[in-house]
Design a protein around this ligand. Structure first.
Ligand code: PMP
Length: 464
């Protein structure tokens, strides 16, 4: 067995190029760079690579390590569960204790947040799988209701719902659709509620109404009796931390109710505290019929996702007597579910969500307003809870971008990394989503590093 600390990093980087295909990556760039950066260990909000560089993790891994790294109790729970029962399936009219307990625990959390309709939980291993479950479940539900014509999903351009065939189709990323002949039929994309990008200078209320109206217009164009569901992230994450204007979600909900369309909240990023509430729908004040959850459910310690569905949907499946012929080998994996339960204990015991709402979220917003918003290269610095974005522009006071079609973000990101901060570039923006255990001093470091990286990048940006 290889030692945990003394890795041969040059050899690993060579093997990485020779054999390993990382996710969502350019394999030409991987080769050009001589392999991926090998992250070897982490503690709290800091990750360390094999060459000994420590980086403040401004992304919580991939928007997921909400309780921070190095939680012994999560490792211990996994160890004990593996010894007791490492695996059993949920296919053969069987279950194991952890997923049953986790389903009840999530139903309790959702009852508090939502009012008791979302009482049933289907487990999967990833956000993508959860949204594939949504896709098949929603169409099955309408078929069993005798309304099989209701098969069309409405989503937004620049939404991210995953990378499998159905979830990438639900997503609105054109560059993903190009690969694999997506989207599959029956999915319609409408405008996103992106004030800085698509409603610049517009009254927020008028913009919210315009973005919601785009949904209703599409419903009417297709025929309301053909629409199965609307799916949306409360705040779009991978699209660039798009925070919708006030009133948008209420309007979307009213439209769904008006036409009897199911409302699906993709809470894969927003769930479990990211916005300072347990769920994003709570923050925005709407009540979905279905909720997809992943990431913060286990803080990324093990892969698990959950699809919460309303009593009405399950009552329909029960009344039909039909089997729901969907599910995965790892649906309700006992070790993942045990770790998720312990992760929820930590979120509750340390009040990490309350702390995000009252303390660290507002602290981040104030630091960004003070130290990033005035920067000459910044068009907007926005955040909600512990998720945020910095829009890089060519001309202060406008949303005009540098040339190069989205190269500004990666340039600034590379300067952030060189200065010891891991953040992500999304086209001409820098996004952040740190662990919920981040301290004030680390928030200062995060914000000050981005400001310094913008200074470093000024010259290169002016040449774009
Ligand atoms: N939905 C949302 C909102 C996401 O942000 C993501 C992942 N970033 C997914 C779904 C897909 O999750 P996974 O990568 O676990 O399949």
């Amino acid at each position: 067995m290889s030692s945990l600390r003394n890795h041969d990093i040059p050899a690993l980087r060579q093997l990485d190029v020779a054999h390993h295909l990382p996710a969502q990556s350019s394999y030409a760039l991987q080769q050009e760079l001589g392999g991926s950066r090998i992250i070897t260990h982490a503690k709290g909000c800091t990750v360390t690579d094999g060459e000994g560089h420590s980086l403040l993790d401004g992304m919580a891994g991939l928007w997921c390590v909400n309780v921070g790294y190095g939680r012994d109790e999560l490792a211990e729970v996994a160890y004990r569960q593996m010894l007791e029962l490492p695996y059993y399936n949920t296919f053969f009219r069987t279950a194991t204790p952890p997923p049953v307990e986790l389903a009840a625990r999530l139903a309790g959390l959702l009852a508090k947040a939502h009012g008791g309709e979302l009482q049933h939980i289907f487990f999967n291993s990833s956000g993508s799988e959860s949204n594939d479950t949504v896709f098949r479940l929603v169409r099955t539900y309408w078929m069993l209701k005798g309304q099989g014509d209701r098969s069309v999903f409405i989503s937004r351009h620049n939404a991210y719902h995953g990378s499998t065939v159905a979830s990438a189709s639900l997503g609105g990323m054109d560059f993903m659709h190009v690969q694999g002949g997506l989207p599959i039929p029956g999915i319609e994309h409408v405008m996103q509620p992106y004030p800085f990008g698509e409603g610049f200078g517009e009254d927020p209320e008028a913009f919210a109404a315009r973005a919601a109206q785009a949904i209703e217009d599409r419903i009417l164009a297709i025929g309301p009796e053909k629409i199965a569901a609307f799916i949306g992230e409360p705040v779009q994450g991978a699209g660039g931390v798009i925070i919708p204007p006030p009133g948008y979600w209420q309007k979307v909900e009213a439209i769904c109710r008006k036409y009897g369309i199911l409302l699906v909240a993709d809470e894969v990023i927003c769930g479990f505290g990211r916005l300072g509430s347990w769920f994003g729908f709570q923050h925005f004040g709407f009540t979905p019929d279905i909720v997809s959850m992943a990431k913060g459910l286990s803080s990324g310690y093990l892969p698990i996702s959950a699809t919460a569905v309303s009593r009405e949907i399950v009552a329909t499946l029960r009344a039909s007597g039909e089997e729901f012929v969907h599910g995965y080998t790892y649906s309700g994996h006992p070790v993942c579910a045990a770790v998720a339960l312990a992760n929820l204990d930590i979120l509750e015991r340390e009040d990490l969500i309350g702390r995000t709402a009252r303390d660290t979220g507002p602290y981040l917003a104030a630091a960004m307003a003070e130290r990033l918003a005035p920067h000459p290269l910044v068009g907007e610095a926005r955040s909600l809870g512990l998720i945020g974005a910095v829009e890089i522009v060519a001309e202060k006071g406008t949303n005009r971008r540098h040339g190069g079609g989205g190269k500004a973000g990666p340039i600034v990101r590379d300067h952030c990394i060189a200065r010891g901060l891991m953040v992500r570039a999304i086209r001409d923006s820098i996004v952040m989503s740190p662990p919920l255990v981040i301290t004030h001093a680390q928030i200062d470091q995060l914000v000050d590093t981005i400001a310094a990286a913008l200074d470093d990048a000024g010259e290169a940006l002016s040449r774009l």
